[in-house]
Unconditional design. Structure first.
Length: 95
């Protein structure tokens, strides 16, 4: 579990070499209820620490996704309800 970090905004990070996967925590998913839509950035978009990079729409609410790291989006898993994002990891992660 040493490769996993969690932000206060319920985003998890899995460090994989110089890259990272990020997604929303199980707790956040449970609180949101049924997820209807996930708005994610495009490949090559830049992420900045503390900036909104997308949102999750559920029956209950729309929840902004706040980036815990700075980097570039390399890949998006569009088929995942969890909204995994591959992003280049930088040393200035926030958790």
């Amino acid at each position: 579990m040493e490769n996993w970090l969690y932000s206060k905004k319920h985003i998890w990070i899995e460090k994989i070499g110089n890259e990272a996967k990020i997604g929303i925590s199980d707790y956040a998913q449970e609180q949101l209820g049924s997820i209807m839509f996930i708005n994610l950035p495009d490949v090559n978009d830049k992420l900045e620490v503390g900036a909104v990079f997308g949102d999750v729409e559920s029956i209950k609410t729309v929840h902004d996704l706040i980036s815990p790291l700075k980097g570039e989006v390399l890949e998006i898993n569009d088929t995942s309800r969890k909204g995994f994002i591959m992003a280049q990891r930088h040393a200035d992660t926030k958790h």
